[in-house]
Design a protein. Structure first.
Length: 193
């Protein structure tokens, strides 16, 4: 069974380096690692197909996806992609930004609520279950008078870039770990640091 890996974000060049597009940035890293081009238009998303393999397992097919919907309607892309690729919910991983984690901190969960993230809420609502693995990439809460919307729609600062780049790489590593070893194992490996 293939794995559907979905990075959440907003489409278009205006949002490319926004904190809210952490999921898209992880998709770009995975695409580079595996020589996958994310450029086919399917079910409200750009997708690319490829394989991930480690030395001990058979290759696993990946479908990497970036929804072309805006963040709040992400579920409109995920459901048809899962159905069209015959992917069971146990083989879906969603990657997105998280205000409630410090910049660069990762958290993997096998299931649970959206925790206030509208993109994940849309996925849960459309899927009809919260039993979906996710990797949350910390972007930190706004300081002072900065609002949450301003925070997520702004680009990472140069100081944050030095922290977020390794975190995005670790999120890509976590995807590989989930695909080859399972989400529970990934939680043990990545949530401790």
């Amino acid at each position: 069974m293939p794995w559907l890996i979905v990075g959440l974000g907003n489409p278009g060049p205006r949002y490319k380096r926004n904190r809210h597009n952490a999921g898209f940035l992880v998709m770009d890293l995975l695409a580079d690692r595996y020589g996958i081009e994310i450029n086919s238009k399917r079910s409200y998303a750009l997708i690319g197909n490829g394989n991930v393999k480690d030395s001990t397992t058979e290759p696993s097919r990946l479908v990497l996806a970036k929804p072309r919907t805006y963040m709040n309607a992400s579920g409109n892309a995920v459901v048809p992609l899962a159905q069209g690729n015959r992917v069971h919910k146990s083989h879906i991983v969603i990657i997105y930004d998280e205000l409630d984690l410090p910049v660069g901190k990762l958290r993997i969960r096998a299931r649970g609520s959206a925790g206030g993230h509208n993109g994940m809420k849309s996925v849960i609502d459309r899927m009809g279950t919260d039993d979906i693995a996710r990797i949350r990439v910390g972007i930190g809460r706004p300081a002072g008078f900065e609002g949450a919307v301003s925070r997520v729609l702004a680009d990472f600062t140069p100081e944050e870039e030095t922290v977020i780049r390794p975190a995005l790489e670790r999120a890509a590593d976590a995807v590989e770990w989930i695909v080859t070893n399972g989400v529970e194992s990934a939680m043990n490996e990545f949530n401790a640091s």
